[in-house]
Design a protein around this ligand. Structure first.
Ligand SMILES: [Zn+2]
Length: 229
């Protein structure tokens, strides 16, 4: 595997966002990362209680760069060290996680969106999966926290549906096609979590999606709508 993918011991840059400060500074796909803001990766390895989370720890280091200060990376390319510095930019702070063995579910915690493997299996195409990913991402974007009571929770869920649909269509997904997953859900009574009191019933949710698609112009990136009373 290592040989096939050209991996070494160091974590590696797997993509560089187009027109990002990192690209301008010369970061390249395939660069090994030797240190982040002066902290050698080997040191992070030693301090880490779980090396499977090393990528998370590198991201935390990057995010902890003081405002206005440059990010400095020491990279290794073709066996040679390369030092780059640039102003970091937070673009999207949300990570999408695939959960195994958690039933058919999707949830978010303010930073991460989790989709279960069973949900991925249940979805027949990316548009269907995006209905759920969009809804959870909307909770993160809107910074939905703990609700004061059931009414506010319901309002947050309604908003997450609509904002999620807007995020979806801005990303190029077909919301109408994706709604088929709700139709199939509705036939499966074992999905009790969907009928919790904070969510509307499924036909009503589908109706609200469709009304929004018909009436609301597409604005990208979408505004976060205010919470309804
Ligand atoms: Zn929700």
């Amino acid at each position: 595997m290592r040989e096939y993918a050209g991996l070494g011991d160091a974590p590696q840059v797997i993509s560089v966002a187009a027109e990002s400060p990192a690209e301008s500074a010369g970061v390249q796909v395939g660069d090994d990362i030797l240190s982040v803001n002066g902290m050698p990766i080997s040191q992070l390895h030693i301090q880490s209680h779980d090396t499977a989370l090393l990528a998370d720890q590198i991201e935390e280091r990057l995010a902890a760069t003081p405002e206005g200060r440059d990010v400095t990376l020491v990279l290794e390319r073709d066996g040679q060290p390369v030092t780059v510095s640039f102003k970091g930019e937070t673009a999207c702070a949300t990570r999408f996680i695939l959960k195994t063995g958690k039933g058919l579910t999707a949830y978010s915690d303010g930073n991460n969106v989790a989709l279960s493997g069973k949900l991925v299996d249940f979805a027949r195409n990316a548009d269907e999966l995006a209905i759920f990913a969009g809804h959870e991402l909307a909770h993160v974007v809107a910074r939905d926290g703990k609700a004061r009571g059931l009414g506010q929770r319901r309002a947050m869920e309604d908003r997450a549906d609509i904002l999620g649909a807007d995020l979806m269509r801005c990303a190029g997904f077909d919301v109408s096609r994706g709604l088929a997953i709700w139709q199939r859900y509705n036939k499966r009574d074992w999905l009790r979590w969907l009928r919790g009191p904070s969510h509307r019933n499924v036909p009503e949710r589908i109706r609200r999606f469709e009304a929004h698609l018909e009436s609301a112009p597409m604005v990208c990136p979408p505004e976060v709508p205010p919470l309804a009373d």
